[in-house]
Design a protein around this ligand. Sequence first.
Ligand SMILES: NC(=O)C1=CN([C@@H]2O[C@H](COP(=O)(O)OP(=O)(O)OC[C@H]3O[C@@H](n4cnc5c(N)ncnc54)[C@H](OP(=O)(O)O)[C@@H]3O)[C@@H](O)[C@H]2O)C=CC1
Ligand SMILES: CC(C)(CO)C(=O)C(=O)O
Length: 302
Amino acid sequence: MNIAIIGAGALGTYFGARWMEAGANVTFVVREKRKKQIEENGLYVRSLCGDTTINDPKITADPSSVKNIDIIVLAVKGYHLESVLPTLEKMTGENTYILPILNGLAHYDLLIRCFGKDKVLGGLANIIATLNEKGHVEHTSKLHEIRFGALASSQQQICERLAELSNRSNMDAKHSKKIKTDLWYKYMFITAFSGITAAADVSIGKVRQHPATMEIVKGLLQEMHSIARAEDDVLEEKHLERAIETMMNLHDNATSSMHQDLRKGLAIELEHLHGYALGLAEIHEMDVPFLKTIYGIVKAKS
Ligand SMILES: NC(=O)C1=CN([C@@H]2O[C@H](COP(=O)(O)OP(=O)(O)OC[C@H]3O[C@@H](n4cnc5c(N)ncnc54)[C@H](OP(=O)(O)O)[C@@H]3O)[C@@H](O)[C@H]2O)C=CC1
Ligand SMILES: CC(C)(CO)C(=O)C(=O)O
């Protein structure tokens, strides 16, 4: 299978490396600075699930040179989305599908508008990974899940091909038959988790110590659940209960990538996650005081 990864950041490099180990032909489409860094330092993954070095990785900063791709994995941050569209346009052929693994849902509207609903697969990732100063991946927990699935009936075959490849790989890959539900669940969860950890500047253990703080988490989840139901009606009551249970069971030191980015002084995906949810709430004329407050607090810190 020919896979192109746009964004050789933490997720793109990690999953790209795992697909390569499983025998895929993977090309990394990067910008010049990252290309130079990879040429100097190589592509290396340090992982609790097994280290790996990518020997002679195919890297290019010229998307028009990348042909005959089955799946383009989009692994950029939400705020890179607009600027990556010309890259996607140059690479998307008749038989190419786009698999976004970004957090959130805001990108689907844009991608489907630009490339059509048959082209855009559903995807998400659950992993804790970052790039170190050498540009190598540091994967620091045993969680390395990727989920993908068809958003249109014409996409079944490509999803099955990806599942066949991924089942041979060293990652927890799931071909989901209910990817829309999975996407909304993750969006609900990450908006609450990243919101509270970034706003309070603490990891989840501290949040759980204080019932008043935990009430905010529950309020955020409840509001996101209501937005999901108004928009797509795919989440049930059990999903809300599961999200609360997961929050209760996370390791005390667990925190969100948004919180970590904020601490490092990096850009964050606040508009992509919380901003987009506020827009949906407005369309549905819903009152979302927890979301509004968290957005306001994190905005001032960003
Ligand atoms: N890290 C994590 O643990 C998790 C992250 N996620 C989500 O996954 C997504 C990706 O996150 P993550 O991998 O951490 O992000 P990173 O910042 O590590 O990687 C994003 C990469 O995208 C690259 N990029 C941006 N624009 C372009 C472009 N036009 N062409 C080529 N490359 C480009 C950047 O390259 P450059 O160096 O040139 O800027 C960067 O390397 C986010 O939505 C995040 O929320 C989800 C689960 C966990
Ligand atoms: C919750 C987690 C770590 C799961 O992948 C995540 O998506 C994030 O922090 O961005």
